[in-house]
Each structure stands twice: as C-alpha cells, then as structure tokens.
Design a protein around this ligand. Structure first.
Ligand code: XUL
Ligand code: CO
Length: 439
C-alpha cells in the first residue's frame, strides 16, 4: 500500500523531558493509571472530516492544506487514498478508533442510489483496511447539513421531501455504521434550528425531530444495531438557534418525547463554550443524569463567538473533564474524539501529527492529574464536609423526604440564628494547581 507520510516515523512515548517534536511526552499508552492503561481510559479517536477531508477554507479564502492525496485523479481515487492515509495516521499515532460522516468518506453521486453505491464501495474498502490494521469505528453519522437540499434543515425542515431524504440517508448511515462494527451512532443537529421565528413553526419542527429520532430507534431494533445513540448538543452555528442547545435542553426534549432511555450525549468542548458553559459543566450535567456517552475533545477560543475546533491544549480543562470521566466510571463505549483541526496556517502534513500529539499529551496529563486528585479525595472530602448538614439531623430528614413546609417552619423558628462556613474556592483552585504542577 502507498505510504503517505514517509517522513514521519511511528510516534513513541519518550517522557516529559523529551525535546523530540514527534514523540509523546505524557501519553504512554501502556502506563497503568488506577487499574487501567491510558489507552483503555482515553479511547482516542481520529475525526475523519477534519483530518482527512478538511481543506482549511474559511469564509475569506479557499483551502490551504497540503496533502499527499491532492494528486488523486478522480473522486473515488481520492476517497480511497484518504482511507489508506487514515489508517497510516492511526497506526503511526497509535490511535485505535476513528469516526466519520457518510459524506466524509465517499463523494455524493447524481442520485441517492448512485451516492449509496459509491458509499458501499468505500465502506467495503474501509472494512478490509480496518481488519488489516486492527482498527475500530467509534461512531458513524450522516452529514445532513452540507448539501444545499438541507438549507432549511433535515428532520426539522419545512419540506417533507427533504425529511424523507434525511430519513433515507440516516437509514443508510446506520447500516454502514453497523457493517463496520460502530460502537455508537451520533446525531449532531446540523441545520436543525432556526434563523427567525417569523417563518418558523417551532412546535411542528420539534415534533418532527422527535418523530425522526423514534424512527431511528425503531430501525436500529429492526436491523439489530446495538450501538449507543448519541446526541451532540450545540447552541448556535450554523443556525442562529440550534434546537439541541446544551445538555440540559436536550434532556428536556428527550423526556418530553419519552426518548430518554435511547440516547446519551456526545459532548463537545467548543460547543460548551458557545453555550457559555465550561466543558466540565456540560459533562457534569450529563454524568449526574446518567447520559454521559462520549466526548468531542477540542477547545474553542473564549474571545471568539464561533466554533474554532482547536486541538485541546488547556491542561486545566483537560484535568477537570477527565475528573468527570473518572467519576463516571469511564467513557466506554464512547471515547475521546478529536473533533479538531489544525489552524489554516498549519498546513503542512506534519502539522497533523504535531496537533494530535499536543492533544493526546494534554488529555493524558489531564487523566493523570485527575486520577491523583480523585485518589486523594481532595475535592470529595471538602464537598462532603460542605454538605454535612444534609447527612444528619434536619438535613437528613429533608433528604429522606420526612419533612414539609410546616415542620420546616417549626424548625426554622427554633433555629433562626444561622451560621455558614466559607466555600474556600481560591484555596481549592490552588490545590488543583498544585496537583497539576506536581504531577
Ligand atoms: C459540528 C460538529 C460535528 C459533529 C458531528 O460543530 O461538532 O462535526 O461532531 O457531526
Ligand atoms: Co463535534
């Protein structure tokens, strides 16, 4: 098979003092952290769209990326070259999982039948390469936002023909995900949202979205797809208001339509930023509601209002998110998908490796710090002390549902001199820093 990145060797772990740009400083796949290897904890995943398909275009200019497959002679040749390069990248980076949209891996044809045929051809090749390289599919999904037919949305369009097309496309993407042993299937909202309420039947659009999800659940049962369904919240972009705004909004939607037992969340850091939440907030809300499914690890720019999809290098965020993952008992069958792209000016093939190394090292270091924090129960001890009044006396009665307003009023009248204690936020922040610095 062709080699695409001949100048890059297999990336090895060299430890924190290494000065070799093409080496891991913190990600040591076989290192055991709390009974599991780093590789098992982190379940790193390569995002096909950014890594193989993304060209680096922005609203002001065309793509800048230099890629070894630019020489392909036609669309199908290009699709195959990208697929081969995908497995070389995964081998060299030691990444076991990848994730894709249907349209990332194969081009669209003139008709839906033609498109499906092209997809089948690439999927067969993908399956062969997956077996050869021992790689796995974390999740598949359908791109129902790029083509102009989805201008008004897919499942929330005003055009019933488009709804039908989206259903057909999702059906096929689910078939393909199953065929490749996908462990999850993702629904990111794409253009499911609105620009103006002046022309939008918000109630019908949301009912239709629920109908669409129910049909997906029914179809999964029919074909025996047992992977986890995931919804990926995002508050805005491309539409002004996306229906799947954040984890809490999606939970409310799922519960309204009795769909909550079929879906978990795929939480993306940059989407949390756009919703004016921290990544940890979104992950924590999902965890306490039992719906933490998978993560799109990237980072946004707090000074910009759009999705920059940068590789994660912020150690504080990485630590706190891995802390939530550990508290969740792990992320499987989800994983840590790098929904991230190299900057437009980082256009050389080698930048792909340097970016993944930066992201993988950051998440690995975050895992280690988070594990130490949890192992020493630093935050847990503080928190249980902080809420101690709910484990005894009147607080215990509140938690056990033994009181009502009248009995609480009687208690308050007798205990109206209140004494509160400091929350010690700055101290705790300094403790987290200490764990980061000392690890
Ligand atoms: C868009 C985004 C998508 C999803 C998959 O912001 O994050 O790439 O992850 O459709
Ligand atoms: Co994403």
């Amino acid at each position: 098979m062709r080699e695409y990145f001949a100048n890059v060797p297999k990336i090895k772990y060299e430890g924190k003092d290494s000065k070799n740009p093409l080496a891991f400083k913190y990600y040591n796949p076989d290192e055991v952290v709390g009974g599991k290897t780093m590789k098992e904890h982190l379940r790193f995943t390569l995002s096909y769209w950014h890594t193989l398909t993304g060209a680096g275009s922005d609203p002001f200019g065309v793509g800048t990326m230099l890629r070894p497959w630019d020489c392909a002679e036609d669309e199908m040749e290009l699709a195959k070259m990208r697929m081969e390069a995908n497995f070389e990248l995964m081998d060299k980076l030691g990444i076991e999982y990848f994730a894709f949209h249907d349209r990332d891996i194969a081009p669209e044809g003139k008709t839906l039948a033609d498109t499906n045929e092209k997809l089948d051809e690439i999927v067969a090749y993908c399956k062969e390469l997956m077996q050869k390289h021992g790689k796995k599919l974390l999740w598949g999904t359908a791109n129902m936002f790029g083509n102009p037919r989805f201008v008004h949305g897919a499942a929330t369009t005003c055009n019933a023909d488009v709804f039908a097309y989206a259903a057909a496309q999702t059906k096929k993407a689910m078939d393909v995900t199953k065929e490749l042993g996908g462990e999850n299937y993702v629904f990111w909202g794409g253009r499911e949202g609105y620009e103006t309420l002046l022309n939008t039947d918000l109630g019908l659009e949301q009912d239709n979205l629920a109908r669409f999800f129910q049909m997906a659940v029914d179809y999964a049962k029919k074909i025996g797809f047992t992977g986890q369904f995931l919804i990926e919240p995002k508050p805005k972009e491309p539409t002004k208001h996306q229906y799947d705004f954040d984890v809490a909004t999606v939970l409310g939607f799922l519960r309204k339509y009795n769909l909550e037992k079929y879906f978990k969340m795929n939480i993306e850091a940059n989407h949390a930023t756009l919703a004016q939440h921290t990544f940890q907030h979104e992950v924590a809300v999902a965890r306490v509601n039992g719906v933490l499914g998978s993560l799109d690890v990237n980072q946004g720019d707090p000074n910009l209002g759009w999705d920059t999809d940068q590789f994660p290098t912020n150690i504080y965020d990485a630590t706190m998110v891995m802390y939530e993952v550990l508290k969740n008992g792990g992320i499987a069958p989800g994983g840590l998908n790098f929904d991230a792209k190299t900057r437009r000016a980082s256009f050389e093939p080698e930048d792909l490796f340097l970016s993944y190394i930066a992201g993988m090292d950051t998440m690995a270091k975050g895992l280690r710090v988070a594990y130490s924090l949890l192992d020493d129960a630093v935050l847990e001890n503080n928190t249980s002390e902080r809420y101690k009044t709910f484990s005894e006396g009147i607080g215990k009665d509140i938690v056990e549902g033994k009181v009502d307003f009248e009995s609480l009023e009687k208690y308050a009248l007798e205990n109206s001199v209140i004494s509160n204690k400091s929350g010690r936020q700055e101290y705790l922040e300094s403790v987290v820093n200490q764990y980061i610095f000392n690890d």
